[in-house]
Design a protein around this ligand. Sequence first.
Ligand SMILES: Cc1ncc(COP(=O)(O)O)c(C=O)c1O
Length: 372
Amino acid sequence: MREDSPVQYGTSPRPEVLTLSPYIPGKPADEVRRELGLERVVKLASNENPLGPSPKAVQVIRELAGSVHIYPDAAGFYLKARLSEAYGIPAEQIVLGNGSDEIIMLLGQAFVRSGDEVVMGDKTFPIYKTSTLLMGGKPVEVPLKDGFLDLEAMASAITPATKLVFLCNPNNPTGAMNRKDEVERFLKAVPPHVLVVSDEAYAEYVVDDDYGTLLPHLKDGKNVAVLRTFSKIYGLAGLRTGYGLMPEYVAALLNRVRLSFNQNALAQAAAAAALDDEEHVRRSIRMVEEGKAYLYREFAAMGLKAYPTWGNFIMVDTGKDCQKVFQALLRRGVIVRPTSAWGLHTALRITIGTVEENELLVKALRQVLAEI
Ligand SMILES: Cc1ncc(COP(=O)(O)O)c(C=O)c1O
């Protein structure tokens, strides 16, 4: 705007918008490599799958690339049919999203009004808070117990003003899992006016019979929703494709709110193909299990506290300023996630990578901690 302009630009936003902070993305890995003159940069910051997407998904994307002049199927017919078959849940109970992020935002838009409360952990996936604040709701942030969502305290935080509760299981950034019996006890304590949302973005990585997924409770007709994504184990983060499984009345409400073409055509087709690639999922789980065992051994040898994880990432307490450790690792070409945004000061969240990536991280972390 020119200073001498007679027109005063500036339209005042809804006050709720000013309660939000913009997401500050890190520099692209290629830019970091170029700027620092590094040969290689390893990104262990966003819990992506270093094995890449399923080759079956890649093939479908290639085949469909010439058809992107056609709008996607607004009903997501084929992907919903595959998900319906895989979960034994009717297609009417499935909502597709531009990542599961979008479903979290849709839940806020459909349910939260000014003054409504939404219960969540105090260190958890940040979009629950964003979706609540944008709608003028009040996030009720319940302290974690040594990295675990404290379900008893979360049940006690519910009031007549509560609309939604967000469980994140496994929890990002800590990796902690809530067990079947805790979750069952929790659901018994939740009054019927509250929708419980279980964000299970890392469910496919969980190798534990005690996993407290809410899927069986959804099938039992409880007022619960389960969110899943193709961004993590399926390696399709760049395409943006996630979904929610929920009671039919919730799906019908979200379908009123969402944009008709919210999930793109390539995302729908690639997701359906990825769902069929069991070998890719098995390889990804094996890599994470082996990497996890290696990293726990190395962190213990360095005398660091690593939190137990059920996902494809580990939160580790470095005992030093995590921003400094993050910057020093970055200079050595290893990108991790400092936990300052969660109000923590010394912990890093590190995605479990390939054998080679994990070794590079360990070598760099040893050097950095010796220096700082
Ligand atoms: C717990 C959790 N939920 C949801 C998401 C978002 O996934 P999507 O890429 O499907 O939007 C993430 C991504 O990091 C996550 O960690």
